[in-house]
Each structure stands twice: as C-alpha cells, then as structure tokens.
Design a protein around this ligand. Structure first.
Ligand code: KG4
Ligand code: ZN
Length: 385
C-alpha cells in the first residue's frame, strides 16, 4: 500500500509518500518522496508567527504535493496521513483541509496522526531508502526522550499503539530555550544548530588547553558531575543552574535556565560599559548553556531507563540533532547497560518531516485507526500522546 503524509504543524510544509510491502512477519518500507519546504520568513524574527506560518503553508502545500507526486511517479495512493496536533492550530488546519480535499478526490481514508508519535517512529528510517519493521526491530519497553521546539517529554511504551508520558517540561521546551538563548547571543533562528556550533568550538578550546596542560596526555572530556571539566578562572566564567536535576520526578524546567543566561549577559554587558559580547564569551555561554541542558536531559533519561527497565531508548524531535546530546547519551547508556539499544533519527529526520507521519500513519492504519467516513477532523494544538 502507499501512504501520502502531510505535516504542517509548525514552520515546515512537508509531504511524503511511502510504499509498504507487508507479509505476515514484517513490513518493508520504501521512501518514494520526502519533500520539506522550510519557511525562512521567520528567521528574521527569531520565532514562528502562527498566522505567517499559515500563509506560507497555503503557498507551499500544493507545490510540495506536486513535487512529491512527481517523485513518486504519480503512484496510486491508498491512504492519507495528516498531523492533527500538537502544533500551531492555524498551521495544522492548512494540512487538514488539504488532506480532506485530497481524500475526497482520491476516495481514500484519512489517518489522523499525533506529531510526537511521528518523532518517535522517525528512528525506524535508516540511511537507505528501504527499511524493515518486524517484531524484533524494537525491544519493549521503549523509553522515548522527545525534545523539540514545543516539547520536552519522557514517554514509555509497551507497544507501538500505547504511549504514556512519565514526565514533561513545566514551562519552556528545551528547543525553545535554545532558540531564546540564541537570540540573546544574536545568533540566527533556529538557535539550536548555532549554539551547538559555538559550544563545540569552546569544547575544542578546552580540550586543547587541557592537552597542553597535561603535556599531551589525553583526558576524559566529561565526568559524571560536570560534563566539561576544565575551565579558566576568569571571574566572568559563566555557570548556570541545572534545573530540577535532583527532583524525584521526570519533569523538566528550562525557563529559569534561560533567565539565568539573560541575567548573566545583562550583568556582563553592564560591567563592560554596555559593549557587545566577544565571540569568546559567546562561545563560553553557549557551551555552559548546552552542558546545563544536556546534563539534565541525560540524568533524567538514565534514571527513567533504570526505573522502567527500558530495553530501547529513542530520542526524537529537533534537539535530537544535537551532536553533543547524541555523544553523551550514547556513552552514558552504554555504561549503564551495553545491551540497551539507543536510536537517534538519521540526518535530516530530527526536525519536522512528513516521512515520520507516514510511518506513524501506517501503524495506525494497520491497527484500523482511520476515519472510514468523512467525519470532520479537528486540529488540536495541545494534543497529548
Ligand atoms: O521538532 P522540530 O523541528 O519542531 C518542533 O516540533 O518544535 O524542532 C525544532 C527545534 C528548534 O527549537 C531548534 O532550535 C532545535 O529543534 N534544534 C536543535 C538542533 N537542531 C534543531 N537544538 C539543539 N541542537 C541542534 N543541533
Ligand atoms: Zn516537531
């Protein structure tokens, strides 16, 4: 069967088409098209404006669909999967309306998909255009760490149709904090990749200083307590809190951390006679901020793995593209239990795309969860898993 998927929950207009060959034991997926039209219009504002996003989706959706159909050689479509939430409602409605029109035209059912389920299942895609799912692909229970611009959640699942949130952010999402701190540092939107690049630069400096100090002897660059250990003693060295790291639950909070960065920058610029921040101090702030976020995420994830005896860890959402998070999490999980499988999305699939919606849609279809009649579908901005 062939599924066409539509994703318009935020600022990317995405259409994907997949083909699934089913047998008793396994499903073989092949990717026929995966179109992502990123809206750069928001970059100048450092955030996404829902009405502006809606307008851009309306402009982009038909060309994206035509491009996808052309790539898929006008294959016959059997079902349409569409993101119905969570996300920006005006943006979601564009995808839903398009899905409804298309479903009438092609007389095929619609599958309503939760965007976060898509982020979890995005890890099934490997580097090839063909990938397989069978009952050995993922070992349950699965713990998923979902980290995006709108969400920070830990989710446990015992099968692909059931997801239970065990903890989530009480205020800002981690990606949102990256975006806001990037704005404070006058870095481009989205902030995650820009902060991560500066932080990496600072870590390289720290390592080379440390190697020089140790006469060339290499040294572990992160420890249990403090991921990057060696720092200079200048009084302006940034040190930010690790919010809720010792709380017994699995909730997060990133708003206080963001404010700590704001106050630090405010005090530092006042000290320097309101002069601009140097590249050097920007890198130090980026590095300390990234360390703080990642220490909290890693610490809570490890605790949840142990408590829920998870056999698989999935990390999804825009922030899962962060190379430092990938490196630290993989290393730490391996230390706890080398048998636990850790999955991150392949390059390009951490951020929003319709391929993940197509995959999630397929598993729902298989489970007979689709709209058989033309029942009105609703966008739900705060839809939960
Ligand atoms: O999942 P996504 O594309 O959209 C939402 O559903 O929110 O996630 C976007 C978020 C943005 O906040 C962006 O700054 C963040 O993902 N992001 C990153 C990286 N790449 C994207 N954060 C940290 N490091 C990255 N390399
Ligand atoms: Zn997303």
């Amino acid at each position: 069967m062939k599924i066409l998927a539509i994703e318009t929950s935020c600022d990317d207009t995405c259409i994907a088409i997949i083909n699934i060959k089913e047998s008793k034991e396994k499903s073989i997926f092949s990717i026929l098209a995966n179109i992502v039209k990123t809206q750069t219009i928001h970059n100048a504002y450092g955030g996404v404006f829902p009405m502006m996003a809606k307008r851009e989706h309306i402009k982009n959706i038909k060309p994206a669909y035509e491009q996808a159909m052309k790539k898929a050689k006008n294959s016959k479509i059997d079902a349409i999967a569409v993101t119905v939430g969570p996300g920006l409602e005006p943006a979601l409605w564009v995808g839903i309306t398009f899905a409804e029109e298309l479903s009438k035209k092609l007389t095929v059912p619609i599958i309503s998909v939760n965007h976060m389920k898509g982020h979890i299942l995005s890890v099934l895609v490997n580097k090839n255009k063909i990938f397989t799912y069978d009952n050995k692909t993922l070992q349950f229970p699965i713990l998923s760490l979902l980290v995006s611009g709108g969400h920070t959640e830990l989710v446990i699942s015992n099968n692909l149709n059931k997801y239970k949130i065990i903890g989530q952010t009480r205020d800002d999402a981690v990606g949102e904090a990256f975006d806001k701190v990037a704005r404070m540092l006058e870095l481009p939107y989205p902030g995650g990749p820009a902060i991560s690049k500066l932080a990496e630069k600072e870590r390289k400096n720290i390592t080379s200083r440390s190697i020089k100090k140790n006469n060339g002897a290499s040294k572990e660059i992160f420890s249990q307590k403090n991921i990057h250990t060696e720092k200079s003693n200048i009084p302006s060295e940034p040190k930010f809190p690790r919010p809720m790291i010792y709380s017994k639950d699995y909730d997060f909070s990133f708003s206080g951390l963001k404010t700590a960065v704001l106050y630090y920058i405010r005090d530092l610029t006042a000290q320097a006679g309101n002069g601009p921040l140097t590249e050097d101090i920007k890198s130090k702030i980026a590095c300390e901020f990234e360390d703080a976020c990642i220490e909290v995420l890693v610490s809570k994830t490890l605790r949840a793995i142990e408590q829920y005896k998870a056999k698989t860890l999935i990390v999804g959402g825009g922030v899962s593209a962060n190379t430092y998070l990938q490196k630290i999490l993989k290393a730490r999980v391996k230390k706890v239990d080398s048998k636990i499988k850790v999955y991150f999305p392949v390059k390009g699939l951490s951020t929003d795309n319709a391929l993940m919606i197509a995959i999630a849609g397929y598993f729902q279809y298989k489970n007979k969860k689709f709209h058989k009649k033309q029942k009105k579908i609703k966008a739900i901005g705060n839809l939960s898993l």
